[in-house]
Design a protein around this ligand. Sequence first.
Ligand SMILES: Cc1cc2nc3c(=O)[nH]c(=O)nc-3n(C[C@H](O)[C@H](O)[C@H](O)COP(=O)(O)O)c2cc1C
Length: 330
Amino acid sequence: MIHLGDITLDPPVFLAPLAGITDLPFRRLVARFGAGLVVSEMVASGELLTEKPSVRAKARTDLGLADGAATSVQLAGREAGAMAEAAKVVAGMGARVIDINMGCPAKKVTGGASGSALMRDLDHALGLIEAVVAAVDLPVTLKCRLGWDTDCLNAPELARRAEGAGVRMITVHGRTRQQFYKGQADWSAIAAVRAGASIPVIANGDIVDTTTARRALAESGATGVMVGRGAQGAPWRLAQIAADLFGTAAPVIPVQDALSDLVSEHYEAILSFYGRDLGLRIARKHLGWYADEAGTDPSVRSRMMVATDAGDVLALIRDAFVSPRQRRAA
Ligand SMILES: Cc1cc2nc3c(=O)[nH]c(=O)nc-3n(C[C@H](O)[C@H](O)[C@H](O)COP(=O)(O)O)c2cc1C
């Protein structure tokens, strides 16, 4: 259990921010199964301030739960003023926690000197952190990598300085920026961050199930874990890890009819959130992950990927996830 001011994050198993994936429909599902915290996709501060509806939509926090998971909205940016203003906007939209992105490796983001590029200039990074902390009453957290490259493994220094500036928790993806997503995350390197910080440290990178979560916790000494890609096609994964490691209620993992219902519900939520045309395209990656997770027949999977009529897709979802025997009996 982690306390950030008067917010309790329990269990310490969190959904990672994944641009293009951890949108409101997906966060709702993960939160419903059970997670201590779900994090929005990164929201570019400058764009948020232009009031672009698609950017505002990323920062929505209405999970639709009476209680349970807290929502964090992640901000990306490089200008203290814009970050502070954006923090006020997302606080007004219901965020319970604000996270600052210092981990994104994408050239589009680091080229603009935000994301992981901030790890190359800690003085500048601290300026952003101080501005956000001063702007809102909410807990501010940080997500970073081990450093820019193996010559600059400065996450421990960043964590110490960020803690001094009022950051309440730090998540470390156990790779450098120069590794992008290659190789294996180094959970033991996160231990150096843990050693120098008093705030909770969360381990991230390549945690996909209970076994990897247990190892990541043991090697890093972290207080909790953050899971990203491991939840794709399996929104129950975090609840399963939490049940195994932290004794929370085990989720009922949907199979057959229940899985078909869940995927249909997710599909319809995506169409309603984005509108039909964009929704149809965004839904495909989720459908593919569900199919991979369930071991769906490849020919049904391919048809699901190209169908353009929502009714056809819903029928294919039934074909994909309800066993042939069950369908004959129905
Ligand atoms: C498609 C994709 C989008 C991502 N978007 C973000 C993001 O918006 N903000 C962020 O801090 N990290 C982002 N990440 C990094 C993840 O949060 C996480 O640190 C990384 O994927 C390692 O964790 P995992 O192995 O559990 O996925 C993204 C990663 C992927 C693969």
